[in-house]
Design a protein around this ligand. Structure first.
Ligand SMILES: *[C@@H]1O[C@H](CO)[C@@H](O)[C@H](O)[C@H]1NC(C)=O
Ligand SMILES: *[C@@H]1O[C@H](CO)[C@@H](O)[C@H](O)[C@H]1NC(C)=O
Ligand SMILES: *[C@@H]1O[C@H](CO)[C@@H](O)[C@H](O)[C@H]1NC(C)=O
Length: 363
């Protein structure tokens, strides 16, 4: 019995020694912690003692290499630590470049702390195993690291809701594993790389509410898996590439609030797209008369453009149209009768040149 107990104790001691973190990883984490200030929850109180692989809040290690693999610090979470404090997280300070010494890091999530400022340390581009970089909802400034394209394993790049400036690094198109790109609500300017379509694994590209200029690169339509493209509220100009309507799985296309001009591509109305928002642009010409059984729209918003001519008759052949907004254009003529027009309100049609019939005044 005594022998059994001591063997167990020896085994336990061995396992915990074997799992304890590398002193250099621990030192990097301590330097990372020292650059941050989290006054309300005390999440860093657990970052003490020699073994950073056990019970350090938000830190986990790879069981094989014993190296720090994940840092997961979310300011909005269901964790009991937040419930006890009856508040969401708030943190100030900056992301220390010491983080780059954790060269086995696979995911770095420092999200929704609102007050973290400073820049994204450029050395982040040297973390060869990084798969997830999620810094949403802070107060980060400066430019995205120029060399970000070196992160060949990166699948998620989310820096939304910060105050980033500068342009999209050209190297970004080298991120051949990238599936989810979220740059929403920053102050990023310049044009989209013309070879954006190199991002073949991309399924969501969310870049709304920035200051992007230039036209939409037609290469985007080569991204076979792209399901969600949001470029709304930028300063994009030029025409909508035809190819966007020929994409296999593109379901949401939001281009509203730009300076897009030219005609409405016929392809868009007869595509896999189910949410189409082109509101607040300068699209002109007629609405193409090409709706058909493939047209299935949860929402289609063409309001605040320069569209002319009648509402096409074929629209009644669409399989489904939930929400339709054609207001604030220069449309003219009778509103077609039948589905989907039987459930639409006048607000879908107001402020045109001479539309008539239900739900507006009789012709
Ligand atoms: C973000 O930084 C700006 C400028 O330093 C500051 O005025 C603002 O209060 C910060 N926001 C938060 C949420 O800390
Ligand atoms: C993309 O990767 C290739 C091959 O590694 C490299 O030659 C090229 O300079 C990279 N492009 C950019 C813009 O960093
Ligand atoms: C389309 O975008 C505009 C903003 O430009 C927004 O007000 C509107 O609600 C959106 N339409 C739909 C159907 O979501």
């Amino acid at each position: 019995m005594g022998t059994f107990l001591s063997i167990t104790l020896i085994l336990l001691a061995l396992t915990s020694a074997a799992n304890s973190c590398l002193p250099s990883d621990r030192a990097a984490l301590m330097a990372f912690k020292a650059a941050l200030h989290e006054p309300y929850l005390g999440i860093f109180n657990s970052w003490a003692g020699p073994d950073c692989c056990h019970n350090w809040y938000g830190v986990s290690c790879d069981p094989m290499t014993k190296r720090v693999a994940d840092i997961n610090l979310r300011g909005e979470s269901e964790d009991p630590i937040f419930e006890k404090a009856h508040r969401t997280g708030f943190m100030t300070g900056s992301i220390s470049p010491a983080i780059c010494r954790l060269n086995r890091l696979s995911s770095l999530t420092i999200a929704d702390w609102k007050g973290i400022s400073g820049i994204i340390p450029p050395c982040i581009a040297n973390l060869p195993f990084l798969r997830i970089l999620d810094l949403i909802g802070n107060n980060i400034t400066g430019e995205m690291p120029t060399d970000i394209g070196r992160l060949s394993r990166l699948t998620v790049l989310n820096v939304a809701d910060n105050r980033l400036t500068g342009t999209i690094p050209r190297s970004i198109t080298n991120l051949s594993s990238l599936m989810h790109l979220d740059l929403r609500s920053n102050q990023i300017s310049g044009t989209l790389p013309t070879n954006f379509g190199k991002l073949r694994m991309l399924s969501r590209a969310l870049l709304s509410r920035n200051r992007l200029t230039g036209s939409i690169p037609f290469s985007i339509s080569y991204i076979y898996r792209l399901a969600d493209l949001d470029l709304s509220f930028n300063r994009l100009s030029g025409p909508i590439p035809e190819g966007l309507g020929k994409m296999a799985v593109l379901a949401t296309l939001n281009l509203d609030g730009n300076r897009i001009s030219g005609k409405l591509p016929t392809t868009l109305l007869n595509s896999a797209i189910s949410i189409l928002n082109l509101s607040r642009n300068a699209i002109d010409g007629n609405i193409p008369d090409v709706f058909g059984p493939r047209s299935y729209f949860t929402a289609i918003d063409l309001s605040y453009n320069l569209l002319r001519g009648p509402i096409p008759k074929s629209i009644t052949a669409a399989t489904y149209i939930g929400h339709l907004d054609l207001s604030h254009n220069h449309l003219c003529g009778p509103i077609p009768v039948g589905s989907p027009f039987d459930h639409l309100e006048a607000s879908s049609f107001v402020f045109n040149d001479c539309l008539c019939g239900k739900p507006l005044r009789p012709c």
